[in-house]
Design a protein around this ligand. Structure first.
Ligand code: OGA
Ligand code: MN
Length: 241
């Protein structure tokens, strides 16, 4: 059977790490610069884009040095065999299917490096700003490094998982050096009325979108494509009863 047969239908990805590490709603995080230190505000434009159309992107979400450190980390995790083929489906349906999803991932639960800690703390700042700006009610974050080897793609899918899922906002921070259109690997967000919105995975660029709203896909990459991808989550409804 042609692979398109399977990939045409929007699929859903797997449920995430076995044991997600949740900083919890009230976790302050260590903070990099202390109380008096200036933290870069979440780009207002990102919040505005999310508010007005449900998706958006911003460049230089973290500084170039941090992008480089994270890229190095991602590459070394890959080189040391610490990335695993990403899975799709849930429960008994969970499986590796490279024709549908060809990336390799490593969940970041416990940050080991300063660069990882800085990334998580930047994302924690973003969580707070999203809650303030959008009343989003985001409780925690869960994310993974991802490597798409040349030729890999991720077929059209939606991030929210049926039933149990609490993913509210999907984000991807790209870690690539000098990416051009010819390298492929574009994130295509299917926005409905206005047609697809394409995002080039340029290093330092952060894309965000409402997890339950948009089907999206990663077009085949011609180069190794590196990212850190994750989800801000809400508390499951069951948590309140
Ligand atoms: C995902 C995903 C998009 C990207 O991991 O679910 O859609 O651009 N990633 O890497
Ligand atoms: Mn996705």
């Amino acid at each position: 059977m042609a692979p398109e047969e399977k990939t045409r239908k929007a699929s859903q990805d797997s449920a995430g790490p076995q044991k997600p590490s949740s900083p919890g709603p009230d976790s302050q995080g260590p903070g990099q610069e202390g109380q008096a230190g200036r933290r870069p505000a979440a780009p207002a434009s990102l919040i505005e884009q999310l508010a007005s159309r449900g998706y958006g992107s911003v460049d230089d979400f973290v500084d170039a040095r941090l992008v480089e450190d994270l890229r190095t980390r991602c590459q070394s995790l890959h080189a040391s065999g610490n990335l695993r083929p990403a899975r799709i489906g849930r429960g008994s349906q969970e499986r590796v299917e490279p024709q549908v999803r060809g990336d390799f991932i490593a969940w970041l639960s416990e940050p080991e490096l300063d660069a990882e800690q800085r990334l998580l703390s930047r994302l924690e700042d973003l969580r707070v700003d999203l809650n303030r700006g959008l009343m989003a009610g985001l409780e925690d974050f869960q994310g993974h490094f991802a490597v798409y080897p040349p030729g890999a793609a991720y077929a059209r899918h939606i991030d929210r998982l049926v039933g149990t899922d609490v993913r509210a906002i999907s984000v991807a921070l790209y870690l690539n050096e000098a990416w051009s259109e010819a390298d492929g690997g574009i994130l295509r967000i299917h926005t409905g009325a206005t047609g697809p919105h394409d995002v080039l995975p340029v290093g330092g660029r952060l894309v965000a979108f409402l997890s339950d709203r948009f089907e999206h896909e990663v077009l085949p990459s011609r180069r190794e494509r590196l990212s850190f991808t994750g989800w801000f989550r809400r508390r499951p409804l069951e948590g309140y009863v």
